[in-house]
Design a protein around this ligand. Structure first.
Ligand code: IMP
Ligand code: MG
Length: 183
């Protein structure tokens, strides 16, 4: 899927497929170096992190394991509340593991700060975060993020795993939506 398939719906492209890929190359090299000689469990947060997980993990030389969680953030519409419910838990026992959460975006930070605390309570060696995008101006809580793809303005974005009403996840780039899509 590309921009031509959703004609007129995309107002502005923030990061192209090539830019995302280039940044993921750098992030993967850093992760390989940081975890050299250590065990590594990548934890993806469904559904948004599917693309990051697939593209980041394939760039790693490390022999990783993957696991998935699904959480839902109570809140209205596009705003998150910080009250989180686990819809699907991990299959793995985290005790003694080095856990790296793969995320699509950190907006308010509420979901991730809850998730980090939750995973830390399970006895892992380390818990760190790798996110493709971060909106610094939207932060409501400080989340210590080890790997960030790009900081973006405080605008609603879609593509590369991110949806609006469950659509646009399969766009290969990150963009903003045209106003008519919301009405
Ligand atoms: P939080 O506000 O950091 O808790 O973000 C919670 C979740 O909201 C993210 O993991 C995304 O799934 C979703 N989200 C936040 N900002 C955007 C956006 O700009 N587009 C699409 N989804 C978003
Ligand atoms: Mg998400």
């Amino acid at each position: 899927m590309d921009q031509s398939d959703v004609s007129g719906d995309i107002a502005h492209i923030l990061h192209t497929e090539a830019e995302l890929g280039g940044r993921l190359d750098e992030m993967a090299a850093q992760i390989d170096a940081d975890y050299a000689g250590k065990d590594l469990l990548l934890v993806g947060v469904l559904k948004g992190a599917v693309m990051v997980m697939a593209d980041l993990s394939r760039r790693l030389h490390h022999r990783i394991e993957m696991d998935w969680m699904a959480v839902s953030s109570y809140g209205s519409g596009t705003k998150s509340s910080g009250v989180v419910r686990i819809l699907k838990d991990l299959d793995s026992d985290l005790s003694g593991r080095n856990v790296l959460i793969a995320e699509d975006i950190i907006d308010s930070g509420l979901t991730l700060s809850w998730l980090v605390q939750n995973l830390r309570s399970r006895g892992p060696e380390t818990v760190e975060i790798a996110t493709m995008l971060r909106k610094p101006e939207a932060a409501k809580v400080d989340v210590d993020v080890k790997y960030v793809g790009f900081d973006i303005p405080n605008e609603f974005v879609v593509g590369y795993g991110l949806d609006y009403a469950e659509k646009y996840r399969n766009l290969p780039f990150i963009g903003t939506l045209a106003p008519h899509v919301y009405s």
